[in-house]
Write a protein that binds this ligand. Structure first.
Ligand code: ATP
Ligand code: MG
Length: 141
């Protein structure tokens, strides 16, 4: 049983037009490790959406990734404003993104629904005024 591979990323809270560095790096690591293209795609999409959310809505934060032979686990932690109503935020098309962000192609309200769809397990813990943690698991076998 090999040791899990652990990685950590600082996600900056300012320039979301260049965000995606962490999910891009994880994607290339998983490819090198020889994971199936389906598993790589599921991790890349769900983590990218979570990473962008941290930048646009959460003021940046940290992403922790753990890779085992069975699964890829991601924990996305920010100390932003939090999510008041998680079930509302999970609905397709619901977004608080401002006009300026929508004009750049973000803010369709599809990130969280896609994170749920492409991960095998997702949990959101959020406290208004304290921040948000999103845990996601993608099963590898
Ligand atoms: N980390 C977060 N911190 C605070 N609020 C969040 C966070 N992630 C999501 N939200 C809230 O949930 C809403 C829905 O998120 P979702 O990712 O589904 O859509 P979006 O980011 O607005 O648009 P899209 O992802 O399609 O570009 C956001 O508009 C925001 O209000
Ligand atoms: Mg989003």
């Amino acid at each position: 049983m090999p040791e899990p591979i652990k990685m950590e990323y600082d996600v900056p809270g300012d320039d979301f037009t260049r965000a995606g560095a962490a999910s891009g790096d994880v994607k290339s690591v998983l490819k090198k490790l020889g994971l199936s293209s389906e598993a790589v795609r599921k991790v890349a999409i769900s983590m990218y959406e979570g990473e962008i959310n941290m930048v646009i809505h959460g003021g940046g934060g940290k992403i922790y990734v753990e890779i085992t032979p069975e699964a890829v686990r991601m924990s996305l932690v920010d100390h932003g404003p939090g999510i008041k109503d998680i079930s509302l935020a999970m609905q397709e098309g619901w977004s608080t993104a401002p006009e300026s962000v929508r004009n750049l192609g973000f803010g369709a309200g599809m990130g969280l629904p896609n994170m749920k769809k492409y991960s095998d397990h997702m949990e959101i813990h959020s406290v208004v005024g304290e921040g948000t943690t999103v845990d996601m698991t993608v099963q590898v076998i």
